[in-house]
Design a protein around this ligand. Structure first.
Ligand code: PGA
Length: 251
């Protein structure tokens, strides 16, 4: 049985002070909610403060991106070991905004995933097709390429540990959520790919979460799908009330 996994991706929102206030209030509200892994991904500047504010709670912290090298002359970049040292346990890799706005490719995703695992960070690896790709019936081909290249070289044990987020680009920030059927179809396909490429046990253990306009009103139906193990939540994770409702509706 896979434990549901709910992560809030704050993108470029919230200062350090806003982060600490959110985490302090939120941790108290989720302290009695068991059986779901809850993660918040603030901007880099707030990661350490979020970790401190969440200490000894059932909220874990993620970063939103990383560089694949451990250190070096990479102005503006942050390494996996730096994120780990700041206390985060997870890192989002390959978000569609990184792919479309910052030149992320399946090859850089793959290097980052390997580096994250080496630094003992759990990667949340994002995949998903654009609207044009869906309309051209290329969804499965795109997912296959992103999964195969992005996760190339991982062991079945590593596949079992990571999180894969299916985020159709057309559903992100648009209010146009995938239907539960569309999400399940894509997740089922990804799980088959993992089974074929790694092992049945790895595919069974890997948590596949959905992202793209997840809201309190649509979470329960999405999570009820057999291959949808949680959610990556953008806009609705910025308010305590809506993120709390999303977390609560998974258990
Ligand atoms: P959204 O963002 O929930 O605001 O659509 C999801 C994401 O980008 O991870």
């Amino acid at each position: 049985m896979r434990t549901p996994f709910i992560a809030g991706n704050w993108k470029m929102y919230k200062t350090v002070a806003e982060t600490v206030n959110f985490v302090k209030e939120f941790r108290a509200l989720v302290k009695d909610i068991d059986g779901v892994d809850v993660v918040l991904a603030p901007p880099f500047t707030s990661v350490h403060a979020a970790v401190e504010a969440a200490r000894n709670s059932n909220v874990a912290i993620a970063a939103q991106d990383m560089h694949w090298e451990a250190e070096g002359a990479f102005t503006g970049a942050i390494s996996a070991s730096m994120i780990r040292e700041a206390g985060a346990e997870y890192v989002i890799i390959g978000h569609s905004e990184r792919r479309t706005l910052f030149g992320e490719t399946d090859a850089t995703v793959n290097r980052k995933v390997g580096a994250a695992l080496s630094a003992e960070l759990v990667p949340i690896v994002c995949v998903g097709e654009t609207l044009a790709e869906r309309e051209a019936n290329e969804t499965f081909a795109v997912l296959d390429r992103q999964v195969q290249t992005g996760l190339e070289g991982l062991t079945p044990d590593q596949i079992a540990q990571i999180i894969v987020a299916y985020e159709p680009v057309w559903a992100i920030g648009t209010g146009r959520t995938a239907t539960a059927g569309q999400a399940e179809e894509a997740h089922g396909h990804i799980r088959q790919q993992l089974q074929a490429g790694f092992s049945a046990e790895a595919a069974e253990a890997c948590r596949l979460i959905y992202g793209g306009s997840v809201k309190p009103a649509n979470t329960a139906e999405l999570i009820a799908q057999p291959d949808v193990d949680g959610a990556l939540v953008g806009g609705a994770s910025l308010e305590i009330a809506s993120f709390l409702e999303i977390v609560a509706s998974t258990v």
